[in-house]
Design a protein around this ligand. Structure first.
Ligand code: FES
Length: 179
């Protein structure tokens, strides 16, 4: 039994969603939204949060862990205030995604994938297709505690990623550059 507790807002949302699904399916259906809300509440989904969600939804922890680790929007590791995810899948790669990713990591002094800037504020990850292949290179930004973000940032080049990094370093998501 974990000492963590889901917020009243999450409990309210569960109560609202639960009756909409068949009793034998509802636990699995709610797994992803509850994980996402829990990641917003706790900042990431570590083993303790996985246990909490599993207990709350009466699911095996292995099932919850499988869902949590499949989706890149569910943070399972340490992340900064901002998480910049850059797609390097084939469509974006052909449009220069690795130049954009390299520029971004260089600006922030980040060497490894899923690395965080020295001040702990910005995490950069290389991710698979973000489903906007015609507008690559594409990135999305998540901000802790702001479920209305991520925004998409399309047609990136070194100039545009510089502007995005500048804004993040100022402590804000450059919504004016997103779609
Ligand atoms: S290949 Fe980058 S969004 Fe699909």
């Amino acid at each position: 039994m974990t000492a963590l507790k889901l917020s009243d807002e999450i409990e309210q949302k569960i109560a609202e969603l639960w009756p909409r699904f068949p009793e034998d399916k509802v636990r699995k259906v709610l797994c992803l939204p509850v994980l996402y809300m829990a990641s917003q509440q706790f900042g990431r989904v570590d083993e303790e949060v996985i246990r909490l969600v599993a207990e709350r939804l009466e699911l095996p922890p292995a099932h919850v862990r499988g869902v949590a680790t499949f989706y890149t929007m569910i943070e399972t590791g340490e992340v900064g205030e901002f998480h910049l995810q850059i797609c390097t899948n084939i469509g974006c790669m052909l449009e220069g995604a690795y130049d954009v990713l390299g520029r971004c990591k260089k600006r922030l002094g980040i060497e490894k994938n899923h690395g965080t800037s020295a001040d702990g504020k910005i995490t950069v990850s290389e991710v698979e297709c973000l489903a906007a292949c015609g507008y690559g290179p594409v990135a999305q930004i998540a901000q802790k505690g702001k479920p209305d973000i991520p925004l998409y940032f399309e047609k990136l080049d070194e100039k545009r990623i510089d502007a995005i990094v500048d804004a993040l370093l100022e402590g804000r998501v450059p919504v004016e550059l997103g779609v």
